[in-house]
Design a protein around this ligand. Structure first.
Ligand code: NOJ
Length: 549
């Protein structure tokens, strides 16, 4: 089947379902709620959706612990609601991506239940190891969420590996039967009409033979022994050749710790590529060291280096996705922008990435500048990673200090319900919301921003419409200007007959406007701006301008 690469002309919207919109009043976001809001998503200019998992799950990791890959969770409306949603999405020409989580399952999945009882053919579906005579764990790896990566299973009398929560046992992808199961899942959803998959930590699926100890990596011990493992490309190629290439679909690989060079070994646009695009983490690390739990001061230069390096190194070889937010990181605005210049910096952030080459993704609420949730009590946190980190770090610090660290680091900071309007529960539900609503919803909500032509919401609409109208945004050559500036991000896109210059200030100070040589403003049109007057020779705090020639 010819793969048309339709994703290059689209903009995606990520739905984290339980907090998006409740359609039946039970307090939990669901697919009926999504149906209600599809026109809204389309009105933003978004014509693709990535659903974080909506399968049946005990919810130990908010759905990333799947108990049945071929159904839709009843709390999200079941298969009936999914099919209604899919039909409506197709009518609106919105592509739909499912989240494929096959590094691990839930421990409540039937496969695990049978594997722990050694019922064939499931005995080797997971990674089991016997107890050692010295009483030590099978190796020294850490899980990403809850301490060590091994848990003893009484039923089987062996340890199982879990790179994430205890309730997320890792599948044994070396077992061909497991790979057949993955192919069945892919086919099931593609045949139903979905357009592709976001593939959860897919670079972890092949572990180094013998599961050796790791003595090098400072955190998440073990990672070099399972990230980009020995057979990962082979297995991904098998999925492509046996299933994916027979559909006009798209795949998006989540890849912690990946460089552009490494990314090309997965997503090169030639016959060697196994997938289409990659979620890289470097763009999230301008204010932390590798993880949100090791925060540093925001460095614009670090952000620019990350953006530019991916633009340059992939150009002509691969096409990638672009993002600022998702469900795994605190909101971007208080991190890379400024709460003192909430509206201006929300817009500048949008301009800083929407004109790069690639397929942009927006995370629900980003388009209205939602900011971090700040609970007053650590017990209010829901996320398994947050709860573990809170219970095990900074124990000798006072409560307020510990809480502040969590506000800055927790995934829950960005998982509160979408703020639709200023009625009870931000219009998210008529029932009791499953999670806390950010108290700022009377001032930050969709309805209010729909009324305000100067809102962040309308800015996103304009910026997305512009990127879709201008071929240079898709094709043009990227250049970063003034890379050493720690207050401005200036980049251009250029192709024969069309030229774009994006100027973004990332400071609360007024700074001189710097225009690169060869860009004559007297012939340019300002096609997007976030202050009423875009003609001054200085930039206001967090001002952005987009010039077109
Ligand atoms: C990455 C997902 O984005 C995250 O939410 C999840 O907790 C882990 N993978 C484990 O599935």
């Amino acid at each position: 089947m010819e793969q048309t690469k339709w994703y290059k002309d689209r903009v995606f919207y990520q739905i984290w379902p339980r907090s998006f919109k409740d359609g039946n009043g039970d307090g939990m976001g669901d697919l009926w709620g999504v149906c209600e809001k599809l026109e809204y998503i389309k009105s933003l200019g978004c014509d693709g959706i990535w659903f974080s998992p909506i399968y049946p799950s005990p919810g130990a990791d908010c759905g990333y612990d799947i108990a049945d890959y071929m159904d839709i969770a009843p709390e999200f409306g079941g298969m009936e609601a999914f099919q209604a949603m899919l039909k409506r999405a197709k009518e609106l020409d919105i592509k739909v991506l499912m989240d494929l989580v096959v590094n691990h399952t839930s421990d409540e999945h039937e496969w695990f239940q049978k594997s722990r009882q050694r019922i064939e053919p499931y005995t080797d579906y997971y990674i089991w190891r016997p107890a050692r005579p010295d009483g030590k764990l099978p190796n020294n790896w850490d899980s990403n969420f809850e301490g060590k990566a091994w848990t003893w299973d009484e039923v089987r009398g062996e340890y199982y590996l879990h790179l994430f929560a205890v309730k997320q046992p890792d599948l044994n992808m070396d077992n061909p039967l497991v790979r057949e199961e993955v192919k069945k899942i892919l086919k099931f959803w593609l045949d139903m009409g979905v357009d592709g998959f976001r593939e959860d930590v897919i670079t972890y699926i092949s572990k180094k033979e013998g599961l050796p100890n790791d003595h090098l990596f400072p955190i998440y011990k073990g990672m070099p022994n399972y990230n980009h493992g020995p057979h990962v490309h082979e297995y991904l190629m098998e999925f492509k050749q046996d299933v994916l290439q027979h559909y006009d679909c798209m795949t998006l690989a989540e890849a912690p710790l990946v460089s552009p060079k490494k990314a090309l070994t997965y997503i090169a646009e030639d016959e060697t590529g196994q997938m289409d695009m990659m979620i890289q983490f470097q763009c999230q690390c301008a204010d932390c060291l590798f993880t949100d739990y090791l925060p540093t001061k925001f460095s614009l230069r670090k952000m620019k280096r990350a953006f530019s390096s991916w633009q340059h190194k992939l150009r002509g070889k691969a096409w990638n996705m672009l993002y600022l937010e998702n469900h795994d990181h605190p909101r971007i605005l208080p991190r890379y922008g400024s709460l003192d210049y909430w509206k201006q910096s929300g817009k500048t952030l949008a301009a800083s990435y929407l004109f790069l080459q690639g397929t942009p993704f927006l995370y629900q609420g980003q388009e209205i500048g939602m900011v971090n949730w700040e609970p007053s009590d650590p017990e209010m946190y829901e996320d398994v990673q947050t709860r573990y980190n809170y219970a095990h770090s900074n124990l000798n610090k006072p409560l307020d200090v510990r809480l502040k660290k969590m506000w800055r680091s927790s995934r829950d900071s960005a998982r509160t319900p979408v703020q639709w309007d200023n009625t009870a529960n931000a219009g998210f539900t008529t029932g009791t919301p499953w999670f806390y609503v950010n108290e700022n919803y009377p001032s930050i909500n969709v309805a209010q921003q729909e009324q305000d032509p100067d809102s962040i919401l309308h800015f996103y609409r304009k910026a997305i419409a512009l990127r879709k109208r201008l071929p240079v945004v898709k094709e043009g050559e990227y250049r970063e200007h003034f890379p050493l500036s720690s207050t401005q991000y200036v980049y251009s896109r250029q192709m024969p007959g069309e030229k774009l210059l994006v100027v973004c200030s990332f400071t609360g100070k007024v700074t001189p406007l710097r225009i690169p040589k060869g860009f004559d403003l007297s012939h340019a049109e300002v096609v997007l701006q976030n202050y009423p007057d875009a003609s001054a020779a200085t930039l206001q705090p967090y001002e952005c301008r987009v010039y077109l020639w």
